[in-house]
Design a protein around this ligand. Structure first.
Ligand SMILES: *[C@@H]1O[C@H](CO)[C@@H](O)[C@H](O)[C@H]1NC(C)=O
Ligand SMILES: *[C@@H]1O[C@H](CO)[C@@H](O)[C@H](O)[C@H]1NC(C)=O
Length: 329
C-alpha cells in the first residue's frame, strides 16, 4: 500500500512537472457545452449529454470515441412553460445519474442573464433517444430571488438522501434536499456550497470518488466565452475549474489553503485552467468509469487558436490519490 501511494504521489508530481495533459484524443471534433457523462453497462456505451436544443445525446463505445450525435433527450421539448419563447427549446447544463434502477437527467430552463429559471427532470431505462419521460419542474426561481435555479447536480448523500445542487452568479451555488427525484423537500435556496460574493461561479458538481475520505465540490469560476465572442476576458479572468473538499456532500468545502469556497472571490484550488490550445475550460462533471475503474472529468473548452468559435468536448482522467484532484493522462 505504501509503495502504491508513493507511486501515485509520484505520478501526480510527474503530471505537475510536465504540465497539464491535453484532452484525451477522440473528442476534439465534438462541439458542445456543459457535458455530463455516464456509462450504460448493459449496452456497453458511454452517453454524453450537453446544453443545446432538446438536449443532444452523443454515444461512443470507447472514451476515445468516435462519438456520434444520436438524437435528443426531449424531442418534444420540456413541459415547463413560461421561460423560453415559444418554439425555442434551448435547454442547459444536463446532469445525469443512475438512481434506484433508472437513469435520471436534470436540466435547466432559462435565458441568458435571467433568474426566471427552472430545473426539470426526465427519466429513462437506458438513456437512448426516444426512451426519456419528462416529469417537468423540480424547482424554480424568479427575478429578485437570492439564487438562480440553473446548473442542476444531483448527489446521493449518506443514508440515500437525495440532494440537488444548483446556482450561479446570483448568490452562488446551493443545495436542497429532495424527497424523491421529482420533489423538492427543503425550501430554496438551502445550503450554500460555493461561490457567492458577486463571483461568477457556476456549474457546481459534488463528487466522491468510491472509497475516498472526502467529498469534492467542483465549480466553474470566471467568464465563459460563448460562440461569436469578439474580445477575450482579462488574462486569468476566463473560465477555469476549481475545487474544495469536505466531510459530506453538503460540505463545508475548503480549498488547499484552508479557505472556505463560500468565502471571498478567489477561493478554490485550481484543477484545470487554460493551457496549450485549451482555453477557458469549465462546465465540468465527473463520473467513475466502470471500464477503467478510474475517475473521469468531462468539460468544454474553446480552442485558443479559434477564439470566438464553438466549445469542444474535453475528457481527462483525474487522480485523487494525493487527496486533491489532479488531471492526468
Ligand atoms: C433560444 O434562446 C436562446 C437563449 O436562451 C438563444 O441563445 C437561442 O439563439 C434561441 N434559439 C432560437 C432558435 O431562437
Ligand atoms: C492563446 O492565444 C493568444 C492570442 O493569440 C496568445 O497570446 C496566447 O499566447 C495563446 N496561449 C497559448 C497557451 O498558446
Amino acid at each position: 500500500m505504501r509503495i502504491l501511494s508513493i507511486l501515485s504521489a509520484l505520478a501526480s508530481l510527474v503530471a505537475l512537472a510536465f504540465g497539464t495533459p491535453n484532452p484525451l484524443p477522440g473528442s476534439s471534433n465534438i462541439a458542445l457545452r456543459d457535458p455530463a457523462i455516464l456509462y450504460n453497462s448493459a449496452s456497453k456505451k458511454y452517453f454524453v449529454f450537453a446544453t443545446g436544443d432538446h438536449i443532444p445525446i452523443f454515444t461512443s463505445t470507447s472514451l476515445l470515441g468516435p462519438w456520434t450525435n444520436v438524437g435528443a433527450v426531449l424531442p418534444s421539448c420540456t413541459i415547463i412553460t413560461g421561460i423560453t419563447p415559444p418554439g425555442n427549446c434551448s435547454l442547459w447544463a444536463p446532469d445525469v445519474h443512475f438512481v434506484n434502477g433508472e437513469y435520471v437527467l436534470y436540466y435547466s430552463v432559462s435565458t441568458g442573464g435571467s433568474q426566471n429559471s427552472a430545473i426539470g427532470v426526465a427519466t429513462s431505462p437506458s438513456m437512448e433517444p426516444g426512451t426519456w419521460t419528462d416529469h417537468g419542474q423540480v424547482m424554480r426561481s424568479k427575478t429578485g430571488d437570492a439564487f438562480n435555479s440553473i446548473d442542476p447536480n444531483l448527489v446521493v448523500d449518506f443514508n440515500g438522501v437525495l440532494k440537488l445542487g444548483f446556482g450561479s452568479y446570483w448568490g452562488g451555488i446551493y443545495q436542497i434536499v429532495l424527497s424523491s427525484i421529482t420533489t423538492q423537500m427543503e425550501s430554496s435556496p438551502g445550503d450554500h456550497l460555493a461561490g457567492g460574493n458577486g463571483r461568477p461561479a457556476e456549474g457546481g458538481f459534488t463528487y466522491q470518488p468510491p472509497g475516498a475520505a472526502y467529498w469534492y465540490e467542483f465549480f466553474s469560476d470566471g467568464i465563459t466565452p460563448l460562440q461569436g465572442a469578439t474580445s477575450r476576458p482579462a488574462a486569468g479572468a476566463e473560465y477555469k475549474v476549481r475545487v474544495g473538499r469536505g466531510p459530506s456532500a453538503t460540505g463545508p468545502f475548503i480549498d488547499q489553503t484552508g479557505d472556505a469556497i463560500t468565502s471571498g472571490t478567489t477561493s478554490g484550488t485550481l484543477v484545470l485552467g487554460s493551457h496549450d490550445n485549451v482555453y477557458a475550460p469549465g462546465g465540468q462533471s465527473l463520473f467513475r468509469d466502470p471500464v477503467s475503474n478510474r475517475d473521469v472529468m468531462v468539460y468544454h473548452y474553446v480552442r485558443n487558436d479559434s477564439f470566438g468559435g464553438p466549445s469542444y468536448l474535453g475528457i481527462n482522467y483525474v487522480d485523487f490519490s494525493s487527496g486533491w484532484p489532479v488531471v492526468v493522462d
